[in-house]
Write a protein that binds this ligand. Structure first.
Ligand code: ZN
Length: 413
């Protein structure tokens, strides 16, 4: 499944939040239930765990584990069967500082189906299955070759996998006695060509079944001129031939050559990942310096442009850590209310300017969710920009993390 920019951001933030939680002992429970798992089986196991937990020596840990298990079982009673992607439950007494713990619980349906049932009790939550769902699913085909040996593999996210190893019967450059030099050269060329063809066929067999959209490109490594001969000779299926990104020098042509190839292609790979974000930031910068440019930045200005329906593309920094809060007067007979952008270190609301009573926060949403909602309402595109590259970092530092490319010029740029 493909995430929208905002879903991906929200999922990242959720994982960040879960990662920050820790228990005092091994008392945080993570439960991954696949869609085809019987809830009654899960409950039976938890009841068993509850019984075993009575052996835990530390009274505090024992109580915490048992009440977490009770809480999970109570949750499960509300779920007659797992939803289509299964369900994940996190429960436990998390450390909240100053020697206190708080019972935390979170139930969620993951963006992709859960494959393996997991019950995990530790001092932190088990997040790897969810982190894997967030990982880049893009695949690259890898081929390393010389005239004697070739290895075919893939790169998925950061994972290199070798698929096939081939060796050739191409004779060495030295001919044996009795053969004519010309005849020998001819045979050698035929053998080389045959070997390239075998590599091409094996690579086609390996790469063609990969979903067309998931196969981002093919990297080829080897010494010169072997790799160029292979690329120029069109030995791959024509659809795959078009996906060749680059041919790079590598020394090894066994499995270690695949790693060498990925290493050599690092810059190119990073570029590809960031291209979308880079392109949109470049567009923004261009508008910014042009005379009648369509760039807008700053929260107030961008908000105003969103309200006017003037925003074509909304650019939000992934590192924004702000919320939009609804603040009301606690005095029931006073109607004072306002919206306010807050950061983690904002002071508590002051007193009501109308009646002097205490103000309170009655609602609070992540600012990225708040602005994305406004963008959705006016059909604007939302791009959430990481700070992993120069222009992305600049969006955060120089433009407060909030900017827009406009449809038309307004007075609020
Ligand atoms: Zn008031």
């Amino acid at each position: 499944m493909e995430f929208t920019a905002q879903e991906k951001y929200e999922f990242k933030r959720l994982l960040e939040d879960l990662r920050s939680k820790s228990g005092r002992g091994t008392e945080l429970i993570s439960l991954y239930i696949p869609p085809d798992k019987q809830i009654s089986d899960v409950t039976a196991q938890l009841r068993d765990e509850h019984g075993q937990a009575s052996n835990i020596k530390s009274k505090l840990t024992r109580t915490n584990v048992q009440s977490a298990l009770e809480s999970v079982m109570a949750r499960l009673r509300l779920i007659p069967r797992p939803p289509p992607n299964g369900v994940v439950i996190f429960v436990g007494a998390v450390d909240v500082g100053s020697n206190k713990t708080d019972m935390y619980s979170k139930v969620l349906e993951p963006p992709e189906p859960i494959v393996t049932y997991r019950y995990h009790c530790d001092s932190s939550f088990l997040l790897t299955p969810l982190e894997d769902m967030l990982a880049d699913k893009k695949t690259f085909g890898l081929i390393v070759l010389d005239r004697r040996e070739a290895t075919i593999g893939t790169l998925k996210g950061k994972q290199v996998e070798a698929i096939k190893h081939l060796t050739s019967s191409v004779p060495g450059k030295q001919r044996k006695g009795g053969q004519s030099s010309r005849r020998f050269q001819q045979l050698r060329l035929i053998a080389i060509h045959d070997f390239y063809k075998r590599i091409g066929d094996s690579a086609t067999e390996a790469f063609l079944p990969i979903d067309r959209d998931d196969l981002e490109g093919i990297l080829i490594g080897g010494p010169s001129p072997t790799k160029e001969e292979f690329v120029n000779g069109s030995f791959l299926h024509h659809e795959l031939q078009q996906k060749i990104l680059e041919a790079l020098d590598v020394t090894y042509t066994d499995e270690s050559g695949l790693y060498e190839l990925v290493e050599a292609a690092q810059d190119r790979l990073l570029d590809l990942e960031l291209t979308q974000e880079k392109l949109v930031m470049r567009r923004f910068m261009k508008e910014l310096v042009s005379d009648k440019g369509l760039a807008s930045y700053g929260e107030k200005e961008v908000r105003q442009n969103l309200t006017m329906g003037a925003v074509d593309t909304l650019l939000l920094s992934e590192d924004l850590r702000k919320t939009r809060a609804t603040i009301r007067c606690t005095n029931a007979s006073c109607d004072y209310a306002k919206d306010e952008t807050r950061s983690p270190n904002s002071p508590p609301p002051e007193n009501c300017p109308k009646c002097g009573s205490q103000l309170e926060i009655t609602g609070e949403v992540d600012i990225i969710a708040d602005l994305s909602r406004m963008a959705d309402e006016s059909g604007s595109e939302v791009k959430i920009i990481s700070t992993d590259f120069e222009e992305g970092a600049q969006l955060y530092r120089a433009f407060g993390g909030i900017a827009a490319i406009l449809r038309f010029r307004t007075s609020s740029v």
